[in-house]
Design a protein around this ligand. Sequence first.
Ligand code: ATP
Length: 309
Amino acid sequence: MTHSRPGRIAVVGSNMVDLVTYITRMPAPGETLEAPDFEIGCGGKGANQAVAAAKLGSAVSMVTKVGSDLFGDNTIRNLDDHGIDTRHVGRVAEKSSGVAPIFVDPTGENSILIVKGANADLSPADVDAAEATLRAADLILMQMEVPLATVTHTVRRAAEWGVRTILNPAPAPAGLNVDDLRDLSFLIPNESELALLSGQPTGTEAEIEAAARGLIARGIGTVIVTLGGRGARLVSRDGVVKIAPVRVAPVDTTGAGDAFIGAFAHFLAATGDVELALNRAARYAAHSVTGRGTQKSYATAAAFDAFCR
Ligand code: ATP
């Protein structure tokens, strides 16, 4: 049930090194506060989604850029360790890799800073250089931690190649013209990203639906809105489907969205069934919030099968 055949997924996106501090509360300006715990982890929305799909058994390639520092070495090693194809991981001289200082409070809620570093240099030319790999993929996954021009270029090229695309518009993009996403197969925003992209309120179920329908009317194939502990909504020309949340006791919600999207890509590529893939993704993401950290909290196929039993 978990995977009928391994799909091929290409991620055009970011990598970051997560600097995770577990806090009792945020310090006030000028205040110094002791925090109980700290961990370094591999992250970045692109790499997180790539790792989730790879852990579930997909064949994953990553198109990304690292800096000329130890964080870059660490990121490449981590992708290699997960069996992800790193042929299209570029190095940028004299620039730092992406880093993300993350603060997790005792309730599991997180606050995140992003330093894009080398991710800001991932260009449309890098996408063209990876054409053979991207064309061979069942799905291309993107997020917004790399330049907007690279994302819109990938969406256009993938449509020419006949490869389906998924965009997670996070962090919420400023200056993104929805008309540039006309060829996109799946858009997966959370509520605030949906509000920003649609220019409409998303405070109620009816508003979420109307905002998503507005985007579909502008050419996007399907919109999937993630709603944290409330699950997700699948909005397409056929109507709205509620994806129920899976009840768990959250420990750390960092990277739940990435777990959801990586798992959705994996199950969609493996089965071709959108609703099945979303229900599996909701279960996979729920499992991820029961553990600390980002990629570390993502289950392997075997651990996920055990959680589903
Ligand atoms: P983040 O940026 O923290 O990764 P996000 O805003 O992109 O999160 P969410 O909507 O918070 O994404 O979460 C994605 C999916 O993960 C949800 O649609 C849901 O299926 C699952 N999920 C998130 N939080 C919980 C929770 N507390 N309990 C169960 N499932 C959860």
